[in-house]
Design a protein around this ligand. Structure first.
Ligand code: FAD
Length: 546
């Protein structure tokens, strides 16, 4: 089949595909090194998953934590990274993460003219493992005023889930927003949103965008990288589809693949992931283009069966760039009076554990029926829950949204949801017994500092425990989702893509979720994905433009 014609050629030093944390960091570093850069983005807005994220960065040994007295022991940190990667991380690159990321954070802060805030009480995701910490490694973004972008404001992707309530993670912790949602100073926060203030990942991307525009580098939206161009064994550019037609972007110093994972590509998902990942949380443009391009030049691959797993809920009708919006479920499941059950009415996971680990039991198979044992699954809460907290978008005193199932009794709820009623009644009785002691012998809920972090410290017995006994009862379907996939080309300490022969492929770099993750099956702490993206994006630009 002949390829559509190429409209024209343009030549740059570095050509970068993708405008999330990885692409933005690469672009800014290269630009400040004096390089001519083309920054291509497939979507109509910039920021990708990064812009709708919490924006937290896991950066052990960062200067802010050090100043606050947090000491890191390198061996303990490396041991933790490998253990939390379940032995499948890249130890050499963990070392690079530990030694180089603090410097990269400093670069980002200096170049963007702001300071991250240390989250001294935000636990690692497995803080009880050797080398884990109960706080001090994650960094938070201060709020950002998008009016600084002037006419370019519409370029910045918006957070559709909580962009209307711009607060920092530090504020959320101080105001105990997770367990005290009605304590949020709504008027003040709504006024911020109205004034154009954004938080989290959107704040980080907004700052990058402002800095790039000030450097004269305008990301080219609706430019989708399609295929690499190779001459004499070296990657010398890529062809992108653009609103005008297909353009060849030549790159004298390199191409950086920063265009995310393959979570929106059904065929790749089916071939590589252990379950059908039905609910990706990212915008729908991450369709594995980086993976396909890397494969075309014989890249070695890693982590192909892994993702940054997160359970998801759906509010019918919500969309993101024309695709269904899948909301990450971070807090309901950790609170008292809330459990997750499968269609047999049985709990199957520690609901309050970090999202990457607690989602994995969704993969369990019923070996007799060859079906997933824990899909479908439901969040189940009672009226005590509804009186204290928020259930996705359901708030006491307002009409119950249609997607929230309600039953006067557990049996009625089970029948509406298609859950085995006797199973649910028995499981809830069992759970209620555990709530008397705050001990969960089945799944050890509440045994980690991380579990308790999203719980309710005012709960009488334990932050993660509260009975389910007061009707009406409510259920919301909950699905196995992911923030993005982890599989992709293996990279070295300069973010160079490694070939199946084990050598760097000249002129080709990968960063962020476009690269094969260095963290194997694990998720060491809040912000490890953006940490990886900022680090390898910066390293790629440094190497290419050195
Ligand atoms: C609700 C939520 C909260 C999260 N919170 C955090 C957090 O606090 N900390 C953390 O570390 N992680 C968090 N994550 C995960 C994190 O956002 C992502 O893992 C990370 O942002 C990925 O960065 P990236 O640059 O690799 O990819 P992305 O940010 O996804 O950027 C990739 C970009 O490439 C573009 N693209 C795709 N194909 C092409 C192509 N062919 N050509 C050109 N462009 C292309 C996409 O449109 C996209 O803009 C969260 C995710 C979600 C959904």
């Amino acid at each position: 089949m002949s390829e559509p014609p190429i409209l024209r050629e343009e030549t740059f030093d570095l050509v970068i595909a993708g405008t999330g944390a990885a692409g933005m960091a690469a672009a800014l570093r290269a630009k400040l090194n004096g390089a001519e850069v083309a920054l291509l983005e497939k979507a109509e807005t910039v920021g990708g998953t990064t812009a709708i994220s919490g924006g937290v960065v896991w950066a052990p040994g960062n200067a802010h934590a050090k100043a606050a007295g947090v000491e890191e022991d390198l061996d303990a940190l490396l041991g933790y990274m490998q253990r939390s990667s379940q032995g499948r991380g890249d130890e050499a690159l963990h070392r690079v993460y530990a030694s180089e990321l603090p410097r990269v954070i400093q670069f980002v802060e200096d170049a963007l003219g702001f300071a991250f805030e240390p989250l001294l009480d935000y636990p690692d995701y497995q803080p009880e493992l050797p080398g884990g910490r109960a706080g001090g490694r994650s960094l938070d973004n201060p709020l950002y005023d998008t009016t600084r972008l002037g006419e370019d404001r519409p370029l910045l992707r918006r957070n559709l889930v909580n962009g209307g309530a711009p607060i920092t993670i530090g504020e959320a912790m101080r105001w105990r927003v997770f367990s005290n949602p009605f304590g949020l100073p709504y008027k003040e926060v709504a006024a911020r949103a109205k004034a154009g203030i954004v938080h989290g990942g959107a704040a980080l991307v907004g700052r990058f965008l402002e800095a790039l525009l000030a450097q004269g580098l305008r990301p080219r939206t609706r430019h989708a990288a399609e295929r690499l161009v190779v001459e004499d064994g070296r990657v010398v550019g890529l062809v992108a589809s653009t609103p005008e037609g297909r353009v060849l972007f030549r790159a004298t110093k390199g191409v950086v693949l920063a265009c995310g994972g393959f979570e929106w590509n059904a065929s790749l998902r089916a071939r590589f992931l252990p379950i059908e990942l039905t609910h990706p949380l990212s915008p729908p443009h991450n369709t594995g283009d980086a993976l396909r391009m890397a494969q075309s030049v014989r890249a070695d691959l890693t982590c192909m069966n892994e993702a940054w797993w997160t359970p998801a809920v759906v509010v019918p009708g919500e969309t993101i760039d024309g695709a269904p919006l899948h909301r990450g479920e971070f807090s309901v499941r950790c609170l008292p009076h809330a459990i997750i059950v499968n269609a047999r009415g049985r709990r199957f996971t520690n609901e309050a554990r970090n999202y990457n680990d607690m989602t994995k039991p969704f993969f369990d198979q019923d070996s007799s029926r060859h079906e997933p044992r824990n899909v479908p699954a439901f969040l189940v809460v009672d009226q005590q829950y509804m009186e204290r907290y928020v259930l996705v978008t359901a708030v006491k005193g307002r009409p119950l949204p249609d997607y929230v199932l309600e039953g006067a009794t557990l049996r009625e709820l089970a029948e509406k949801a298609g859950i085995d009623a006797a199973g649910l009644e028995a499981e809830v009785a069992r759970w209620n017994a555990y709530c008397k002691t705050g001990v969960d012998p089945d799944f050890e809920r509440g045994t980690s500092a991380f579990d308790r972090f999203y719980g309710d410290p005012t709960a009488p017995v334990h932050p993660n425990f509260g009975s389910i006994e007061k009707g009406p009862f409510y259920a919301v379907p909950i699905h196995p989702g992911a923030m993005g996939t982890k599989g992709g080309p293996r990279v070295d300490a300069h973010a160079r893509v490694i070939s199946i022969e084990g050598e760097p492929i000249e002129g080709l770099y990968a960063a962020g979720n476009a690269q094969g993750s260095i963290f194997g099956a694990g998720y060491p702490g809040a912000g490890a994905t953006i940490g990886q993206a900022l680090l390898f994006g910066t390293l790629a630009a440094e190497h290419a433009t050195r």
